[in-house]
Design a protein around this ligand. Structure first.
Ligand SMILES: O=c1[nH]c(=O)c2ncn([C@@H]3O[C@H](COP(=O)(O)OP(=O)(O)OP(=O)(O)O)[C@@H](O)[C@H]3O)c2[nH]1
Ligand SMILES: [Mg+2]
Length: 202
C-alpha cells in the first residue's frame, strides 16, 4: 500500500488525515508513530511558513516526501487571534479546553453578529528532491458562547459552521471531512500530489 508521512504530533489531525487519505488508498503514518521524532519549532510568522518549516525539516531527516499541516482559528473580533498560536493560546501545555475557554472569555461581551471567525489550514508538501508546494483551505463560522457537540478536537465545539447551523463538533467525522479547512486544502493538493510523486521517481 502507498504510504504518506504527515509531520504532525496532533492526534486530532492524525485521525482526520487517516480518513481523508484512506479514500485515496494511502496508509498514513504520523510523528506519533515515530517516538524519537524531534519537536520542530514553529518560528514562522504565517501558517504557510510554519507548514513549510515542519515539512522541510522532517523530510530532510526522513529522506523522502512529507506533508505538514499548520492550522488554526482566526477570530475577527480578536484581530485574528489565536491564529498561528492556536495550539498554545492558553499556554505551553497545549490544552484544547483551556484554549477554547480563553477565547470564550475574551469574547464574553461580543454580540453574535461580531463573532465571525474562520478555520484556516496550510499544507506543505516537501521532499529532499523538489521545490516545496503549499496549498490552503478555510471554512467560515461564528464563535458560539458555549461548547456544543462531542466530536472533533481543538475549538470545534465552539465553532458554528455558517452554512450548516451546527458546530464542527456536532458533525460526524465524515461530515467534517467534507467541509473542513483541512479537507479543502487536501483537495487542492490531490492533483499536485500525483505529479509530485511521479517526479520523485525520475
Ligand atoms: O477545533 C479545531 N478544529 C480543527 O480542525 C483544527 N485545526 C487546527 N486547530 C487548532 O489549531 C491548532 C493547530 O496548531 P498547529 O498547526 O501548530 O498544530 P499542533 O501544534 O497541534 O500539531 P503539529 O501538527 O504542529 O504537530 C490546533 O492545536 C487546534 O488548536 C483546530 N481546532
Ligand atoms: Mg504545532
Amino acid at each position: 500500500m502507498k504510504t504518506v508521512l504527515i509531520a504532525t504530533k496532533n492526534k486530532g489531525k492524525a485521525r482526520e488525515f487517516e480518513s481523508l487519505f484512506a479514500l485515496k488508498g494511502y496508509k498514513v503514518l504520523t510523528l506519533l508513530d515515530v517516538p524519537e521524532a524531534p519537536d520542530v519549532e514553529e518560528t514562522g510568522s504565517s501558517f504557510e511558513e510554519n507548514a513549510v518549516i515542519k515539512a522541510e525539516t522532517i523530510s530532510s531527516q526522513a529522506g523522502h516526501f512529507v506533508i505538514a499541516d499548520d492550522s488554526g482559528l482566526i477570530v475577527d473580533a480578536l484581530d485574528g487571534r489565536p491564529g498561528i498560536y492556536s495550539a498554545r493560546y492558553a499556554g505551553e501545555e497545549k490544552s484544547d479546553k483551556a484554549n477554547l475557554e480563553k477565547v470564550l472569555a475574551e469574547l464574553k461581551d461580543v454580540p453574535e453578529a461580531k463573532r465571525t471567525a474562520r478555520f484556516y489550514c496550510s499544507l506543505a508538501l516537501a521532499s529532499p528532491n523538489q521545490e516545496t508546494i503549499t496549498v490552503s483551505g478555510s471554512v467560515e463560522g461564528i464563535i458560539l458562547d458555549e461548547p456544543r457537540g462531542e466530536n472533533g478536537f481543538g475549538y470545534d465545539s465552539v465553532f458554528l459552521v455558517k452554512d450548516l447551523g451546527k458546530s464542527m463538533a456536532e458533525l460526524t467525522s465524515d461530515e467534517k471531512n467534507q467541509i473542513s479547512h483541512r479537507a479543502q486544502a487536501l483537495k487542492k493538493l490531490e492533483s499536485l500530489l500525483d505529479t509530485f510523486l511521479e517526479r520523485e521517481k525520475l
